[in-house]
Design a protein around this ligand. Structure first.
Ligand code: DGJ
Length: 702
């Protein structure tokens, strides 16, 4: 028996004959001695039921039908129609600290699978697998899925769907018999990508209950399943979705599956979130270890394709006045890109848009102590471009059939050396010639025909973009890359290793975005998530929101602005200054603390908090989304603090609502001293907020 455990979770493996099963994954168990191991094994041995096989299968790692498994096998493939079944035996098994290494072999099929399960100090389980063809002839791999067992009390599944401007919408369903599945074939993770799939008990909430999550660290096609079999087995599985013929292994060749990331929490969804954040933040190259996240002004919604230098200079003046640290020039600066129908592929500064080139504006920005960032969409090409005219053969397509266009563009085939080098060299040249700290890298269409010279290549195309990002960063140390795909269409746990920021959504309406941010943040830390104050009348929903409500929404991420700030009146300008000052003063806490999302809030509102790891300080927002159903009591509790410590809790009035539906404010307003225990269990009576307004709280230990 091999027992991996950390502070809050355990996973136990047991050899079943020459096979390997996972017999437990959940709450941490104490030390298990030899006798205990035997007892557990015997406790879990199933009866063999009538009408079934003579031996009941356990939760096998590889789930071969030949061993009695009746659900999905981990591996599916064949050799031109033969060798379609498998039976793997453990060839080597070893444990080092909290990592299990195991090699399986199937001598008949001529395959070897090396796997590792590493339970790290943050209670995140990282699983890797490599499949090797050890026999003569080609092996056609159809899929390899990672599977983990679920406890009986996992009776629901939570995953996320979405589309442009509405990413990461939660759907929570009962687990029935059969498969509950999410699959993505966009050739990128996509707006509809679940990021992670969670199995949980129906009573699990943000702050309590058990939850098991599994995600792929991958930006290409994907599969997420929960499977409930009639023999009682309940499991969660995930893998890369492979297209026919995408992976054909010759003798000696291997396929390394993208990594799977799993976690168990007995402290609700917040526990899962905090496990992921702790793991991601512990990586040596994590972005906040490099530098604090600069307050960013992105000019897309301010200017779109109208790159008027004089207007932009005025905006930069105002940006400097209010404390912006990075200004980003979006789409439209290159080639013939005066609108979205032409120019993609020609990454050369346009004389039409910028007659003097970009140097003067970059200097203007830099002279004010602000960094400059620039937009690219290097994987795409418009047919109306010099690149396409010169190399029509460099797009992904089924030979002889031009793919339908998406935003009037085709996908460049980065698996072709010439195309890859074209993008790398042109982007590199722009970066080498200018002082550019950051690039926003877009990907605005699905890949409908991911075919290169007749073969499916989503996998290779995904690996190519990882390689390209890594190469650009190597050539330009300190360069930061934002992964954008029409907003949040390429946010995943694979991209966190190659990009430094995600554009969470093109939706800047704070009402809509509260939900998008809350759920994207389930496993992606806020320092990765671009969150901007949009225009007063939002461009997506046409709704009007106060600048303070927009600021409270944007504060809890990698904060910024997406608005022509020269339009801000003096009062709005003051609020913008307060927002930026508050962000700069508190970003270290906002980007390092534990997350608290309340289950207790009443009245169509949402509470979100970040508590310092030493519990000495916390920041909460209370967002009143729609009007109240009743008049209270509007008691809100603030969880996650140290029970014994006395705190001062203060409303940050310069960023909070000023206008309420009440004759008198609550007795404590605007500050009070209470212990962590009292804040968590008694809470505060809140003022009666108007819809679409919010409160910001700063909590400090006394
Ligand atoms: C889609 C992105 O999400 C926007 O922020 C913007 O960069 C446009 N593309 C530019 O074309």
């Amino acid at each position: 028996m091999i027992h991996l455990s950390q502070s809050r979770s355990s996973i136990i493996f047991e050899q079943e004959g020459d096979s390997l099963a996972i017999i437990y994954w959940g709450k941490k168990l104490g030390q298990i001695d030899k006798q205990g191991a035997l007892a557990i094994k015997s406790a879990l041995t199933k009866p063999a039921f009538h009408g079934g096989l003579d031996v009941a299968s356990g939760n096998l790692v590889l789930r071969e039908h030949s061993r009695g498994w009746i659900g999905h096998p981990a591996l599916r493939g064949h050799r031109s129609g033969i060798s379609a079944t498998n039976s793997f035996s453990v060839k080597r098994i070893d444990q080092k600290d909290q990592t299990l290494f195991v090699t399986f072999e199937d001598l008949i099929a001529g395959l070897e699978i090396e796997m590792s399960y590493s339970l790290n100090a943050s209670d995140v389980l990282l699983v890797d697998a490599t499949i090797t063809n050890t026999a003569e002839g080609d092996y056609y791999l159809e899929h390899f899925l990672y599977w983990l067992p679920l406890a009986e009390q996992a009776d629901q599944v939570l995953d996320f769907y979405g589309h442009w401007t509405k990413e990461r919408q939660p759907q929570r369903r009962d687990i029935g018999y059969g498969l509950t599945t999410r699959e993505g074939f966009e050739g990128r993770s996509g707006h509809d990508y679940t990021i992670t799939q969670v199995a949980l008990n129906h009573a699990t909430g943000f702050r309590h209950g058990e939850a098991w999550s599994l995600a792929m660290a991958w930006s290409g096609n994907n599969i997420h399943h929960v499977e409930h079999l009639i023999d009682g087995h309940k499991s969660i599985g995930a893998g890369e979705y492979l297209l026919p013929g995408e992976v054909i292994l010759k003798k000696g060749q291997s396929y390394s599956a993208p990594r799977a990331v799993a976690s168990f929490s007995d402290r609700g969804l917040d526990g899962l979130t905090n496990n992921h954040y702790a793991w991601i933040r512990s990586r040596p190259n994590h972005i906040t270890k490099v530098r604090p996240r600069p307050l960013t002004l992105n000019m897309w919604e301010a200017v779109y394709f109208n790159h008027n230098e004089e207007g932009i200079r005025k905006m930069v003046d105002k940006a400097a006045e209010i404390g912006v640290e990075r200004v980003v020039l979006d789409d439209g600066w290159f080639g013939s890109r005066r609108n979205d129908r032409a120019g993609l592929g020609d990454w050369v500064v346009s004389k039409d848009a910028w007659p003097q080139g970009l140097d003067p504006i970059i200097k203007y920005i830099n002279d004010k102590g602000i960094e400059f960032g620039l937009w690219f969409e290097g994987e795409m090409v418009n047919c109306d471009s010099d690149l396409y005219r010169a190399h029509p053969d460099w797009i992904l397509q089924e030979p002889g059939r031009l793919p339908i266009e998406g935003r009037w563009q085709q996908v460049l085939d980065l698996t072709k050396e010439g195309a890859y080098n074209h993008v790398l060299n042109q982007v590199d040249a722009v970066l080498s010639a200018h002082n550019i700290a950051y690039i926003k890298w877009d990907h605005n269409r699905h890949i409908t025909d991911p075919v290169s010279d007749g073969r499916a290549v989503v996998r290779e195309q995904t690996q190519a973009i990882y390689r390209l990002f890594d190469e650009l960063k190597k050539r330009h140390p300190g360069l930061e890359i934002e992964s954008c795909a029409s907003g949040g269409g390429r946010i995943d746990l694979g991209m966190i290793e190659h990009a430094d920021r995600f554009w969470t959504s093109d939706q800047n309406d704070p009402l809509e975005r509260q939900k998008i941010q809350r759920w994207t943040g389930l496993v992606i830390p806020p320092e990765f998530l671009g969150t901007h104050i949009g225009p007063t009348v939002g461009h997506q929903m046409n709704r009007t929101h106060s600048v303070s409500f927009r600021a409270l929404n944007a504060l809890f991420g990698h904060a910024g602005i997406e608005w022509n700030i020269t339009e801000a009146d003096p009062k709005e300008t003051e609020t913008l200054k307060s927002y930026i000052a508050f962000y700069k003063n508190h970003r270290n806490l906002l980007h390092s603390g534990s997350v608290v999302r309340s289950d207790e809030v009443v009245g169509n509102a949402q509470l979100y908090g970040t508590v310092a790891l030493d519990k000495k300080e916390a920041i909460f927002t209370y967002m009143q989304l729609t009007s109240l159903d009743n008049l209270g009591p509007l008691l809100t509790t603030f969880d996650g603090l140290d029970k014994e410590t006395l705190y001062k809790i203060r409303v940050v009035e310069e960023l909070s609502a000023v206008d309420f539906i009440q004759k008198r404010t609550p007795g404590w307003w605007p500050e009070l001293e209470l212990t962590g225990d009292q804040l968590a269990h008694i809470g505060l009576q809140l003022p009666v907020l108007k819809p679409e307004s919010g409160l910001l709280f700063h909590v400090v230990a006394i």
